[in-house]
Design a protein around this ligand. Structure first.
Ligand code: VGL
Ligand code: ZN
Length: 181
């Protein structure tokens, strides 16, 4: 069975020093780089907001389209990325899920490539990873979340655990990077 890796929002602004830094956001990069070769397809998403997005009523401005903060973390291996998704691109749109990407339909792309198994990793566990993984389940995909390749915003302590629990009860399979078959 073909499998794809979805790398959610491994962008400068979510890493230490960025505008919406996630604790240990940069630590996921080495893990993700080490597993990319095991997948038939590698897909990335990027948060890609207009400067006047209503999203910034909730969050400090981050990942503004075309800025350095919206670039991938510099150490993320890019050669294997076969599809690049942009989301949150409209000014009225939070666009947390990679299935809300506006440049390509992720759902149609996965169908065309006969991908039934989707492995989700990246940033952040409690927002875009969770939204993407739960949408994947709704799309009928076998959805796996790689727990040592995600990091959370944790607005409230414990939001990371809560998000993993929600993904599990929502039908995702939680596993570690060394358990990928
Ligand atoms: C995200 C908060 C705001 C994410 C994006 O990528 O999880 N979180 N925008
Ligand atoms: Zn955002």
């Amino acid at each position: 069975m073909k499998k794809a890796l979805l790398i959610v929002d491994v962008q400068n602004d979510f890493c230490p020093g960025g505008a919406l830094a996630v604790k240990d956001g940069d630590k996921v990069v080495a893990v993700i780089n080490s597993i990319m070769d095991r997948f038939d397809l590698v897909i990335s998403s990027q948060d890609w907001h207009p400067a006047d997005s209503i999203h910034f009523e909730k969050w400090p401005p981050h990942c503004i389209a075309g800025t350095q903060g919206a670039d991938y973390h510099p150490e993320l291996k890019k050669e294997k990325i076969g599809l690049r998704l942009f989301k949150g691109t409209a000014n009225k749109d939070d666009g947390y899920s990679a299935f809300e990407a506006t440049n390509v339909s992720l759902s149609a792309f996965l169908q065309e490539h006969q991908i039934r198994n989707l492995y989700v990793c990246g940033l952040a566990t409690d927002y875009c990873v969770k939204a993407s993984a739960l949408d994947a389940v709704n799309e009928g995909l076998h959805t796996f979340v790689i727990t040592d390749a995600v990091a959370a915003v944790n607005l409230q302590p414990g939001d990371d655990k809560k998000a993993l629990q929600e993904m599990y009860t929502g039908g995702c399979i939680l596993l570690e990077s060394d358990e990928i078959s």
